[in-house]
Design a protein around this ligand. Structure first.
Ligand code: ADP
Ligand code: MG
Length: 355
């Protein structure tokens, strides 16, 4: 199910934007910016269907990792629609960039790079490239929009606002793009966090349905996006010493300038140590962690859910819809920062530095 459905019942200013797009030279890039539920995706679908009807080749980049329409979630996706769509989730994607979380505040670099990378792929293949974005428009969210604009240099940025709540953001974006301000439709409907979670759950479920467990050899596929697996593995003596000092069950550890340790707790007492020397990861944070399978060109071939790691043999069991053939193209298994079950239940977000 998608949050947004296609409608032509839109405010009049949308027709003016359409006219501006028609008049502008091609290829043309545009970015949509607005608060959560301000009508970005509704606007995107309106423009998309209208332009396609006129024979314009369009590309869509869905970078709204908080409420992704195109599968899979927690990635940025590129699609070239071939016919009118009634929901953005219908679009058949052609490439993805892995972000690994639904809350990208600590992933602004990846967000900007991912959009730029996919926009570069789209240019030359489409007359109009449209970028849908998250509703994260304050604080770091605003910085993220600026970075995207700075890298992408959209010809137009369509900003949806009720009154003038986007004023500062528009100013920050203005050196990089031409701003077109649009009203929020009075039909735009707010969704509660529960509704949003339920929509995301459906997306996770759809994506992972029919998945199987792949046995991943981490000697061949490089684990990235984590401090784990960096340096020389600790020997039995070193692990035993750490276990004794901190009363941990030490499952794995490495040394490279400092120690990184994967542990399970036995006692609940507080441990004091210098975090710049010892980086500690709770084993349970790794269970059902989202990972991305990345190919040589840095694109994400698909997602997986980490079910088990055998540290001594450097193997991981990962639930994924990817088949052998896709996995053969994978060079990296990138660690995400959300734990999720294949039934769609989100178990929690992790901070970037936790892994
Ligand atoms: N012009 C409109 N007519 C009917 N419903 C609308 C319109 N604009 C937005 N909505 C509804 O409001 C909700 C939020 O719009 P959406 O486009 O999903 O926002 P965003 O992408 O900014 O989060 C959706 O349920 C959408 O169907
Ligand atoms: Mg949207």
């Amino acid at each position: 199910m998608d949050k947004t459905t296609y409608t032509v019942d839109v405010p009049d200013d949308r027709f003016e934007v359409l006219e501006a797009i028609r008049k502008h030279g091609k290829p043309l890039k545009l970015m949509l910016v607005g608060d959560v539920d301000s009508g970005k995706t509704t606007l995107l679908m309106f423009l998309l269907n209208s332009l396609m009807e006129e024979g314009v080749d369009v590309a869509v980049i869905d970078s709204d990792v908080g409420q992704k329409g195109i599968l899979p979630p927690a990635t940025i996706s590129l699609a070239f629609p071939s016919s009118e769509v009634s929901a953005i989730g219908e679009l058949e994607p052609s490439a993805h960039y892995f972000i690994g979380t639904t809350s990208p505040a600590q992933y602004v670099g990846e967000m900007a790079i991912g959009v730029k990378k996919l926009a570069d792929m789209a240019s030359g293949q489409a007359d109009v490239v449209m970028v849908d974005t998250t509703g994260f428009v304050t604080g770091i969210g605003a910085e993220m929009k600026r970075l995207k604009a700075e890298l992408l240099r959209p010809d137009f940025t369509l900003v949806l606002e009720h009154s003038d709540e986007m004023k500062s953001l528009k100013r920050a974006l203005s050196p990089y793009t031409r701003i077109l301000t649009l009203s929020v439709s009075d039909k735009a409907r707010l969704h509660s966090p529960e509704e949003r979670r339920a929509i995301r759950a459906g997306k996770w479920r759809d994506y992972f349905s029919g998945s199987g467990v792949a046995d991943v050899d981490l000697r061949e596929i490089v684990p990235t996006g984590t401090g784990l697996f960096h340096g020389s593995p600790l020997n039995v003596k070193e692990k035993r010493l750490l276990a004794l000092i901190f009363d941990w069950v030490v499952l794995a550890g490495w040394y490279e300038r400092g120690y990184t340790v994967v542990k399970a707790d036995s006692g609940g007492f507080p441990r004091h140590f210098n975090r710049s020397v010892l980086h500690v990861v709770d084993f349970e944070k790794l269970s059902n962690l989202l990972v991305g399978f990345v190919d040589e060109s840095g694109l994400c071939r698909g997602l997986g859910i980490l079910k088990w790691i055998n540290f001594s043999e450097m193997r991981a069991q990962v639930l994924t819809p990817l088949i052998e053939e896709d996995l053969g193209e994978v060079v990296e298994m990138r660690f995400g920062r959300i734990r999720v079950l294949e039934n769609g239940e989100e178990l929690g977000l992790l901070r970037r530095e936790e892994l």
